[in-house]
Design a protein around this ligand. Structure first.
Ligand SMILES: Nc1nc2c(c(=O)[nH]1)N[C@H]1C(S)=C(S)[C@@H](COP(=O)(O)O)O[C@H]1N2
Ligand SMILES: [Mo]
Length: 436
């Protein structure tokens, strides 16, 4: 995979003195907005000699452009930006694996549908939306069976949130004693952000009429993995959505077309795709997907079950592995932070291996259980540097150093890794994954 290159900007006085070690500058330059930036040397460098404009019209201005197309595709130079596909079982199980979001190539907080990560346990089923039925049964007064068409007539809501696989960042987990040197998208790209639209599950459960003994639900997918997970009834009634739309268009096949469960902030595995039934139960069902998998191995050999919420996490995405820096100078550090517990309230960045920290600017709006973009200006002096980000959420959760995170779990444990990510910047501008 080709490394992207980023160039430093000219170094304007406006950024002032560093606010923390390693050349971190004041985030306020972003908050002050355009007026300040317009006076920077970077803007001055970009100013053109007005006489030259229009002297040599580019080819694109002297030839009519291309015709319209019914469904848009990325601009030609952007087409090489692809998800990274990993199929650990090869031809034995080609549908078991992941397609990871290339975080190093994206900006903002919404993942384009074609680059949303996919984690499937036995491939993407082909489901005829006309034939598909969705059943609500178990401890309810009136079992209900829906067609997609009938479900689409219910009141809908729209919500922006992330989905993150519990196995995200497995390349940094206890599974790998040495840091893997792969692009940031291969380390943390089992998280994506999207705007989802669908029917609140509580409307459908109300219609079915919950039995007072119903304390959990079992959600089952119509795929060859028969994915099934138990969810506490509180979550089902609180913010669970039966999603039909993803960033404005109907779900992609990868994301569960024609319908999926969406449980904001919970481990991605529980957001069952290709949803075919919900059974209301008195207790958890202890399915294969929540006992043999998606349980967390502890140092004493026991396994924690039902660790639903995805922890507070962040990573710098630029500069990061998969991105090469181009010489000393002024850079913008940009990254993503998110928490399954609520909203990100603060991201601190260190450019001296955690000795000192500076607060980054957060992009608005900051939504609970959604990706949040952070930025901070940084003057790199060209010497080897250790970069880190540490996020905090509105419930007071913050990230741990990797060694501390790691010690909580058994060797080989890979789920729920939300340790602080460390990038090493070499003298040549190359970025490496570092464990400290
Ligand atoms: N039916 C079904 N639902 C599923 C899965 C699956 O394999 N089958 N994978 C789960 C896992 S492990 C994750 S992390 C999320 C990923 O959602 P995405 O592929 O839309 O990103 O879907 C979950 N829902
Ligand atoms: Mo997952």
């Amino acid at each position: 995979m080709p490394n992207k290159q980023i160039q430093s900007r000219a170094s304007p006085e406006i950024f002032g003195e560093p606010v923390a070690g390693g050349g971190l500058l004041n985030r306020r330059v972003f908050l002050a907005g355009g007026a300040l930036l317009a006076s920077t040397a970077a803007a001055r460098d970009a100013r053109a000699d007005s006489n030259s404009v229009g002297d040599d019209s580019p080819f694109s201005m002297t030839t009519p452009g291309k015709v319209f197309q019914g469904y848009g595709v990325p601009a030609v130079p952007e087409k090489p930006i692809q998800r990274t596909v990993l199929q650990p079982y090869g031809d034995l199980g080609p549908g078991a694996g992941v397609a990871m979001t290339p975080l190093e190539s994206l900006e903002g907080t919404i993942t384009p549908n074609g680059l949303h990560f996919e984690r499937s346990h036995n491939g993407r089923p082909t489901i005829d939306p006309e034939a598909h039925r969705f059943l609500i049964h178990g401890l309810v007064k009136r079992p209900l069976k829906f067609t997609i068409e009938s479900l689409l007539r219910y009141p809908m809501m729209t919500r922006t949130c992330f989905i993150e696989c519990a196995g995200n960042s497995f390349f940094n987990s206890n599974l790998f004693p040495e840091p893997m040197q792969v692009p940031v998208g291969m380390i943390h790209g089992l998280v994506s952000g999207a705007e989802w639209t669908g029917v609140p599950l509580n409307i459908l459960l109300d219609e079915a009429g919950l039995d007072s003994k119903g304390k959990w639900i079992l959600a089952e997918g119509a795929d060859a993995a028969g994915m099934s997970r138990s969810v506490p009834i509180e979550k089902a009634l609180d913010d669970a959505i039966i999603a039909f739309y993803q960033n404005g268009e109907r779900l992609r096949g990868e994301q569960g077309y024609p319908m999926r469960l969406l449980l904001p902030g919970f481990e991605g595995n529980m957001s069952v795709k290709w949803l075919r039934r919900i059974k209301v139960t008195a207790g958890p069902t202890y399915t294969k997907d929540e006992t043999s998998k998606y349980s967390d191995l502890m140092p004493d050999g026991t396994a924690r079950l039902f660790t639903f919420t995805m922890g507070i996490k962040s990573t710098i995405t630029r500069p990061a592995t998969g991105v090469v820096m181009y010489g000393p100078g002024l850079y913008e550090i940009s990254g993503l932070a998110w928490s399954g517990h609520g909203s990100v309230t603060r991201v601190d960045v260190s450019a001296d291996g955690g000795k000192s920290w500076a607060e980054a600017a957060l992009g608005e709006p900051i939504l609970p259980m959604a990706l949040t973009r952070f930025r901070i200006p940084w003057r790199w002096d060209g010497t080897p540097t250790i970069l880190q980000s540490r996020a905090t959420d509105d419930k007071g959760n913050t990230q741990l150093r990797r060694a501390v995170w790691s010690a909580q779990y058994a060797a080989g444990e890979l789920y729920h890794c939300n340790a602080i990510q460390t990038w090493g910047i070499g003298r040549n501008g190359e970025v490496s994954n570092v464990y400290i």
